[in-house]
Design a protein around this ligand. Structure first.
Ligand code: SF4
Ligand code: SF4
Ligand code: SF4
Length: 200
């Protein structure tokens, strides 16, 4: 009985009727850190397939020929988890999806994504397969593809003084081709995300 009285009292309040009749929902604003499904930017795809290699979601991305006979990545929304790795791995900026994991700023908080290469010297047999397979290395020193060796100090990693030496980890795109090429699973690529707070 008492609860019915409380309901009636609530419904008789003009404030309640005002809210009920002129209800307003919060405007739908996309936050700056939101990452959507990748979409095409219009840049031409060079068919390096780094997007497919890095994608952690099976069946989420495929590079196919479009109606004009040009290569184009296709995103399958039922499988894509919107991680954005394909966006970052693509050397031609063919895809875009917001930028939470590239250099980003929101309310004085900065996010910086990079890759850390780790070599387990106890199982690395210094074959150099990883440095030959790395697409960035091949771009920096085309000689690698023909001779399987490099003397350049601009590559990400190479055999130097009979040891696999990481020289420029900052050039790594995280495609993990080196991991796949290593017969001993001696090299691993880890994604590192750092956040900084600006005190000013
Ligand atoms: S956003 Fe992530 S899951 Fe989706 S296609 Fe790209 S790499 Fe794959
Ligand atoms: S993940 Fe490995 S293969 Fe890919 S760019 Fe980095 S070092 Fe090269
Ligand atoms: S492919 Fe593996 S074993 Fe060969 S040099 Fe690279 S890390 Fe070492």
């Amino acid at each position: 009985m008492f609860s019915i009285f409380c309901y009636l009292r609530e419904f008789l309040r003009p404030e309640w009727w005002k809210k009920f009749l002129f209800v307003k929902t919060a405007p739908l604003v996309t936050p700056p850190h939101y990452r959507d499904f990748p979409v095409l930017t219009g840049n031409e795809c060079s068919h390096e397939l780094r997007c497919m290699m890095i994608c952690p979601a099976p069946g989420a991305i495929e590079v196919l020929k479009n109606a004009e006979g040009k290569w184009e990545p296709v995103i399958y929304k039922g499988h894509c988890i919107r991680c954005g790795l394909c966006v970052e791995a693509c050397p031609d900026n063919v895809l875009t999806s917001g930028d939470i994991l590239s250099v980003n700023e929101k309310e004085k908080t900065y996010f910086l994504a990079s890759y850390h290469l780790n070599v387990d010297d106890s199982i690395c047999m210094r074959c150099g397969n990883c440095s030959v397979a790395c697409p960035v290395n091949k771009e920096v020193d085309p000689q690698l593809a023909y001779t399987a060796t490099s003397s350049s100090n601009e590559v990400i990693m190479r055999i130097k003084n009979s040891k696999l030496t990481i020289i420029h980890p900052e050039k790594c795109t995280g495609c993990k081709t080196c991991e796949e090429a290593c017969p001993n699973h001696a090299i691993t690529v880890a994604r590192v995300l750092e956040g900084f707070q600006d005190e000013d």
